[in-house]
Design a protein around this ligand. Sequence first.
Ligand code: MSP
Length: 512
Amino acid sequence: MNKNFYITTPIYYPSAKPHMGHAYSSIIADFFARIKKIQGYKVFFLTGTDEHGLKIQRAAEKKGMDPKKFCDEISITFRDLSKILNLSNNDFIRTTEKRHFISVQHLWNILEKKNEIYLSKYSGWYSVSDEAFYSDDEVEDADGIKKSKLSGSNVEWVEEESYFFKLSKWQKPLLKFYDENPQFILPKSRKNEVVNFVESGLKDLSVSRKSFTWGIKVPSNEKHIIYVWLDALINYLSALNYPDYSNELYKNYWPASIHLIGKDILRFHAVYWPAFLMAADIPLPKRVYGHGWILSGEEKMSKSRGNILDPIEIIKKYGLDPLRYYLIKEVSFGNDGSISQEKLESSINSDLANNYGNLCQRVIAFNEKNFNLEIPKNISFNETDLKILNDFNDNFEKLIEYINIQDINSYMNFVVEKLFASNKYFNDEEPWNKKKDTKRLNTIIYVSLELIRKITILLYPIIPNSSLKVLNVFEIKEDQILFESIKNNNFLIEGKKIKKMEILFKKIDKND
Ligand code: MSP
């Protein structure tokens, strides 16, 4: 079995500081990177910034800055955010780096040599905000202003000489590919969207611009700048040192296991990208998952709407793990979800502090008082114990399947259910009333500790910092975490000392 896993986030436009939508894509990707790692996969997790094109050039001009300097300043804030979010990314790519230029120009040359690209003239609509070409029927008139029906962003008329990629030619091969790889695009609803779009007919795609300079030049004709989406998509290859086919990164990690993206950029990843790759004879990524949007109120966050939520502010106030937990659990994955202070506070209080934090606190405090921080010995499981412990083993294959199809919602339901069940177990078994029955008392505490350990492993990809605090009680280090160990009911060594636990979550007092 191939035990390598390559996951990517979209590379972000450094046209303004990062917001919660960007943080969301990154946190979800980190969830998968971490969970695969503890399943024993060698993981390569990539994120970065998408720095060319008219959108960036204009944003820099507005500030009176040179575009490269402008990108340097903002790209850093994305890099910093990946640290603040505790992402486990292996690389951070910038499309202004030399390694990326080399890959882009190489791929362009291949397409040109293979006759997949020709010179003609583009006349049509272009949205600078989306960096996308739109057809007449994708544009509407809103109070005299032309807008894209799909994204709502303003479009402008463009007429200029342009290179075209023969996208139309790939319509049938793409449909065949979707058919043969039914899980290439997930969730299913998005797949249908893409198939409908491709079935309705593909026109050749303009892949160069001539009226501005900020980008990578077409090698054979330096008056043309390579279309920023063709440039950007290639980051997934350039980070693996493409076209150096013999290097370890490319050999181990291409084709990508999953490109995790927002639903607004599905067409680029599920239509254009596979078509470019097919045309260049490069293997296709295995999956594209289009997640929903984080809404601010009822609307998508955007600079133009002025409703940006700043992840750093929220982290300062509530901490990182609560935000990660909230975004992963409360936003139904695949759909849009809104974020509000009330919902975030209630998720901290009910799930993290009252449920998980409380379970850990009570069991470990009880152990300290009655067992002097030692894992109980002479244990003997009864049916109740086995039932709750075995639930992890019995559902193991299911959990793996949830992970494999990115069904975070079912995964989370399982975790929350186990949290409730474990708290209930501790309450129902009343260890405080069993002090005379040592064997039973020992067993209840052993089982409770095992439950904490198992749940904490499941929570690790979601709230890594807090989970590590709990695993530290059992002296389990980050590189020793094994997902598979949730199947083991006797992982903890009887008689071994455990450590005290640091405070996990502070409850939010509404009156604070
Ligand atoms: N630069 C392109 C991606 C190129 S990938 C080869 C781009 N950048 S972006 O900065 O505009 O968006 C990056 C990602 O953030 C997209 O997946 C987008 O869906 C996501 N989000 C931006 N706003 C969002 C929300 N409000 N909610 C969730 N994610 C959204 O597109």
